[in-house]
Design a binder for this molecule. Structure first.
Ligand SMILES: [Fe+2]
Ligand SMILES: [Fe+2]
Length: 233
C-alpha cells in the first residue's frame, strides 16, 4: 500500500488541498494590480531631482548669455516652459495640496511652511516674467537679456535653497508625524496626482526633454561636471 497508515494519508490529502489552493491562488489573476509601494518622500525626491537638473540647465543658459554665446532660443523657451509645467503647475501644486497642509495642524514648522509658500508665489512670478521675456526674444536685445539673466539667477538661487530645506527640514518630519495608514494614503494620493497630471509616461518624457536640452548645451554627460583640481595647482 502506498500510504503507510491512515494518518499519513489524511496528512497528504490535507497537504495536497492546501498546496492546491495555494497553487490556484498563485495562478489566478489578482482582482486589482498590486499597490505601487513608492512612498511620498521618494516621489518628492525624484521631482526635486528634475528641478535640480532644470536649475543646472537654466544656469548654463545664463552662463552662455553672460558670455555672449549664441544659444538656441528653443532651448531657452523650452526649458522655461518645462519649468512652468513641471515645477509651477505640478510640483508646487502637489506640495500645496498634499504636503504643506499636513504641517498646518501641528504649528511647529509654520514659519518654515509660510516662507516655502511665499517662495512658491515668487517662483511663479519669476517664471511668468521669463515666459514673457522668451516671447520674441532676441539675443541682441540687451535689456531683455539682462532681465532674463536676473530672473534666472533669482529663481535658481531661491529654488536650490527652497528644495534643500524641504528635503532636510520638512519632508524628514512627514513620516514620524503620521500614522503608517495616513502616510500610505498620502503616498498614493501624490502618486495618483502625478499620474493624472503628467500622464502614464509623463515623468519619463520630462526626463527625455531634460536630457535633450542638456545634450544641446553640452552638459548631457555627467562627467562634464567633474572638475579637474589639477588646474588649480
Ligand atoms: Fe516647494
Ligand atoms: Fe519641492
Amino acid at each position: 500500500m502506498f500510504y503507510k497508515n491512515q494518518l499519513s494519508r489524511r496528512s497528504f490529502i490535507a497537504l495536497a488541498g492546501a498546496t492546491g489552493a495555494g497553487v490556484l491562488a498563485g495562478c489566478s489573476k489578482p482582482d486589482k494590480p498590486p499597490e505601487d509601494p513608492t512612498t511620498a518622500i521618494e516621489i518628492l525626491a525624484r521631482q526635486h531631482g528634475v528641478i535640480c537638473r532644470a536649475v543646472a540647465i537654466l544656469e548654463e543658459i545664463k552662463g552662455g548669455m553672460d558670455a555672449w554665446m549664441d544659444l538656441p532660443p528653443e532651448v531657452i523657451g523650452g526649458t522655461v516652459e518645462m519649468v512652468h509645467l513641471f515645477v509651477i503647475a505640478h510640483h508646487q501644486q502637489l506640495e500645496e495640496k498634499h504636503v504643506y497642509p499636513v504641517f498646518d495642524v501641528d504649528k511647529k514648522v509654520s514659519g518654515l511652511v509660510g516662507v516655502l509658500r511665499e517662495q512658491h508665489t515668487a517662483a511663479s512670478q519669476l517664471i511668468e516674467i521669463l515666459r514673457g521675456l522668451c516671447r520674441g526674444f532676441s539675443v541682441k536685445d540687451l535689456e531683455k537679456r539682462r532681465a532674463m539673466a536676473s530672473a534666472i539667477h533669482m529663481f535658481c538661487r531661491m529654488y536650490r535653497a527652497h528644495a534643500a530645506r524641504e528635503d532636510t527640514a520638512l519632508f524628514t518630519l512627514l513620516r514620524p508625524m503620521m500614522t503608517p495608514k495616513a502616510y500610505a494614503e498620502l503616498s498614493s494620493g501624490i502618486l495618483r496626482a502625478e499620474a493624472e497630471f503628467l500622464g502614464q509616461n509623463g515623468f519619463d518624457e520630462t526626463i527625455r526633454k531634460l536630457t535633450d536640452y542638456e545634450n544641446i548645451l553640452g552638459i548631457g554627460d555627467l562627467a562634464s561636471f567633474t572638475p579637474n583640481p589639477e588646474e588649480l595647482r
